[in-house]
Design a protein around this ligand. Structure first.
Ligand code: GLU
Length: 411
């Protein structure tokens, strides 16, 4: 108990992803060799056209509408309608300083309880806690590609008294790097029980097989699509995200708008103008080069770690893997990660930060510790990648994976 701080706040710690990034940077600065596999940040530069748009708009200085710039909302609605076959219009879109803030405000507004698949991204649960929304976890396993089965979802819902439920689905997934194959079945259950779905599609453009599917296609009336510039456009630090909210859920949009107006006011004007170019233009060459590098790197890490001692699901999108060290014997996954960091310099995040039992010896590995600009420059276009490219452009990935494998073999 703290005299000045609310109980639900005083039990929080800094977000695990940001903490591991700062810890890794500090250790690196102190001269230690660190493999930064803890933080999930795109290593690639923002496309030049979008950077130029930001330069051109640097002098834009007025506050913008609380829901976001109209031209940007239109560009996003058109973009979603084209790539996802959605039916959004500009009034359905709301712009925020990253989707994290919009999710936070959504939790503040939401009256009901939250259903999270375990594993899930580190901030969904703390945000629910701050907003005093009860959380129900659905434990998943690698057998269902780290997503809930329709059966496990239905069983969970039947056991919850509260009828107003908010379900988070995140495909491609953080932390597992897997793609949900049973969206349609999940959507059926969601429809049956009238759940609201928050579909976190921040990694959608980084789906390796090009067959991205959004759950909003199966349950448009109950799904809020959440995405932004951070991952596909290499612009995490620009802080620009959006929600696309169907008309049937417009109360959420109206409440969010008010909460935006009472918190951050509106997202930085130059960033919003630049984002119009990000959504209006075709970036398929850039994205195909980025995906080529990510899928090759992910496959390299997967193939070099996978063994009878390390279980790991195949990378299908985004930039994470979720290895389980079956012969590791530590009191918790967090202790295991400390041991790995101390002995090898490899920074990982424990599976428990993502809602798994701390006794499960699982960790998240982000394979982004390389200079994306030079990797792109030397491999863009039709060139097929090989291990020599990886060694030259991503030496920390090669060396860090080797160190991790040696650590596992030494147990
Ligand atoms: N989403 C990224 C991660 O999971 C980092 C950004 C964040 O957590 O706010 O590592």
């Amino acid at each position: 108990m703290n005299k000045f701080i609310k109980d639900q706040i005083s039990q929080l710690k800094p977000s695990a992803t940001l903490a591991i990034n700062e810890d890794s940077n500090r250790l690196k600065k102190s001269g230690k060799k660190i493999y930064k596999f803890g933080f999930g940040q795109s290593p690639f530069p923002v496309p030049e056209l979008v950077v130029n748009a930001l330069k051109t708009n640097a002098s834009k200085h007025t506050y913008l509408p609380m829901q976001g710039l109209e031209e940007l909302r239109l560009a996003i609605a058109d973009h979603l309608n084209k790539i996802n076959n959605n039916n959004f219009n500009k009034e359905d879109i709301i712009i925020g300083p990253g989707t994290k803030e919009l999710m936070f405000l959504m939790q503040i507004a939401f009256k009901g309880e939250v259903v999270l698949p375990a594993p899930s991204w580190v901030s969904y649960q703390p945000q629910a806690l701050i907003a005093k929304n009860k959380v129900h976890w659905i434990q998943t396993t690698s057998n269902s590609n780290w997503f809930p089965t329709a059966e496990s979802l239905e069983n969970k819902i039947k056991n919850i008294k509260e009828k107003n439920l908010l379900l988070f689905i995140n495909s491609p997934n953080n932390p597992a790097g897997t793609v949900c194959k049973n969206l349609e079945e999940i959507a059926k259950i969601a429809k049956k029980y009238r759940l609201t779905i928050l579909s976190d599609e921040i990694y959608s453009h980084l789906t390796f097989d090009d067959q991205y599917k959004s759950i909003s296609n199966y349950y448009p009336e109950g799904t809020i699509v959440s995405s932004g510039l951070s991952k596909w456009c290499g612009a995490g630090g620009w802080r620009l995200g959006f929600f696309a909210i169907p008309n049937q859920l417009k109360e959420f949009k109206e409440s969010l708008k008010i909460l935006c107006s009472e918190s951050f006011t509106s997202v930085s004007a130059p960033i919003q103008y630049a984002a119009i170019e990000a959504y209006r233009n075709d970036h398929s060459d850039y994205l195909s080069d980025v995906k080529k590098i990510l899928s090759f790197t992910g496959k390299y890490v997967y193939e070099n770690l996978k063994s009878n001692l390390i279980n790991i699901a195949k990378p299908e999108g985004g930039f994470y893997l979720f290895p389980e060290f079956t012969n590791a014997k530590f009191s918790s996954a967090s202790e295991m990660c400390k041991d790995i960091l101390q002995k090898t310099g490899v920074a990982l995040l424990p599976g428990s930060d993502f809602g798994l039992d701390s006794k499960k010896m699982i960790a998240r590995l982000s394979y982004t510790d390389f200079d994306g600009s030079s990797f792109l420059k030397s491999t863009s276009g039709s060139k097929k990648l090989d291990n020599a490219d990886l060694k030259k452009n991503a030496p920390n990935i090669v060396d860090g994976v080797f160190a991790l494998k040696e650590w596992s073999n030494s147990l």
